[in-house]
Design a binder for this molecule. Structure first.
Ligand SMILES: [Zn+2]
Length: 486
């Protein structure tokens, strides 16, 4: 697994929001990375903007693993918050019953997008005791106070507040968002750790006992309590969407460091917004609610969506979602697959091409360097595409020798360790195609040419073209435009 690391002099560098600089990454424990990432609030289907952040987490974890690290990755499921309470009440369900299908849908989306599974997905409602413990500690340390059954974090007790988002505290207070805070607080920017149980909460299954009164946790405390439970006081990496930086991540730092008296997270990574075609941040309130289900219903392949979300822009750049961009991503995926298929089928020439070998080695090293440079996957993918053009010309000319073939296949493996769209097939696709080819051959032997043609046309409609050759029937993937021509 550490094969590349040994031959590479470039160390992994990540842009740490905390310092505003790219830093060489080294975990606290040799060879093991503890990573926490903010997960979905399962009140509805995940918005494609959130999916961008979730697939960014996947890219981080994959590159850490490619770099030879063992990764313990925790992603929380927020299964209690104000929106969930509202929706459950309207639906006449407990919060547990209300969120269940959305939690399942989240895992389905992640699987369709080929995100690797995290080691832990703790749901907030299963970790209330850990949250109550941490809140009790914060009250003991006088970082928190009880006001009419609610518990608030006292921001004045934590002088480092604002260090992550680089906001000055005076500005924070003046600009603090207080619209949802209708409670008795010492200061407008103090935030809720615990909310007193309201009359309807019992029926919804949304109230728990605590020494400071019956109620339910605020959102911020769940990440501090659950990361401590699974990863300890200090994380190597904490990642999230940029919209979570303030106040959520500032609040996590304040809670954890005031409770544990240890650095909470050593490296903070933030992925940028997904924008709609007009460049506006996509959000539900702006009417831009798009889920993976919406996109697949419109005919987009989840793997093209994956490629678009992780490879079309660097994670710290804005990315615009449009049908054209998704079609272009699908075409890029198809070209990579076609190249991989063609390479696999190639019978190597007797001799290797020295220039081609040198170029392939350069591209592989450049790809690795791009990923090590703050996960610049788009740059790495660009290098590979340039080389694919060159390699196709070499294949046309029969200049690809056995070592050429092997090193280019290794290049595709390097790429697919992050992309995971090239060798990923519809499960069972290859077997099904082979079975249909055999059926078509049988039909032809029986001179049932109508049936043989139907099989060929059906496959073509699914983006598979059949070619008769002296070695029998071969198949290859074709673009939707090519499939439309007959
Ligand atoms: Zn969080």
């Amino acid at each position: 697994m550490n094969r590349l690391r040994e031959t590479s002099s470039v160390a992994l560098r990540l842009h740490n929001t905390l310092t505003g600089a790219k830093e060489e990454f080294e975990p606290l424990e040799h060879g093991h990375v503890r990573m926490y990432t903010c997960g979905p609030t399962v009140w509805n289907y995940a918005h494609v903007g959130n999916l961008r952040a979730f697939l960014f987490y996947d890219l981080v974890r994959r590159h850490l693993r490619v770099s030879g690290y063992r990764v313990t990755h925790v992603m929380n499921l927020t299964d209690i918050d104000d929106r969930i309470l509202d929706q459950a009440m309207h639906a006449g369900k407990t919060i547990a019953d209300y969120v269940k299908p959305y939690a399942e849908a989240f895992f389905e989306d992640m699987a369709a997008l080929r995100a690797e599974r995290a080691e832990h997905y703790p749901p907030a409602t299963e970790h209330i005791p850990e949250m109550v413990d941490m809140i009790s500690t914060l009250i003991e340390h006088e970082n928190a106070y009880v006001a009419d059954g609610d518990v608030y974090f006292r921001i004045d007790s934590f002088p480092k507040y604002g260090q992550l988002s680089h906001l000055d505290r005076a500005g924070l207070k003046a600009g603090a968002r207080v619209a949802t805070d209708k409670y008795e607080k010492e200061s407008v920017s103090d935030f809720a750790l615990w909310k007193k149980a309201q009359p309807g909460d019992e029926k919804l299954g949304a109230a728990w006992d605590a020494p400071f009164g019956r109620g339910r946790p605020g959102w911020h405390i769940e990440c501090s309590a659950m990361s401590k439970r699974y990863l300890g006081d200090t994380l190597d990496i904490h990642a999230g969407g940029v919209d979570l930086m303030f106040p959520h991540h500032e609040n996590e730092i304040a809670q954890s460091e005031a409770a544990n008296h240890k650095t909470f997270a050593r490296v903070w990574l933030h992925s940028e917004h997904l924008a709609d075609a007009t460049g506006e941040k996509m959000s539900k309130s702006a009417g831009g609610f798009t889920t993976l289900r919406d996109l697949t219903a419109a005919g987009h392949d989840p793997l093209a969506v994956r490629f678009f979300l992780i490879a079309n822009a660097h994670y710290r750049s804005r990315l615009r979602l449009s049908a054209e961009a998704l079609h272009a991503a699908a075409e890029q995926v198809r070209r990579l697959r076609e190249f991989a298929d063609r390479l696999a089928r190639t019978t190597p020439a007797s001799a290797d091409d020295g220039d081609l070998a040198e170029r392939t080695a350069e591209v592989r090293a450049g790809y690795r360097e791009a990923l090590d440079d703050d996960l610049n996957l788009p740059q790495g993918v660009g290098l590979v595409f340039d080389h694919v053009r060159e390699a196709n010309a070499a294949l046309d000319a029969g200049r690809v020798g056995p070592l050429n073939k092997a090193s280019m296949q290794a290049m595709i493996d390097d790429l697919d360790a992050h992309l995971d769209v090239i060798r990923a097939e519809e499960p069972g696709l290859a077997d099904e195609v082979e079975r249909l080819i055999a059926e078509r051959e049988a039909a032809r032997r029986e001179r049932d040419f109508g049936r043989a043609d139907r099989i060929r046309d059906d496959l073509r409609g699914r983006g598979i073209a059949l070619e008769d050759s002296k070695d029998g029937v071969r198949w290859r993937r074709i673009s939707p435009t090519e499939a439309g021509r007959s």
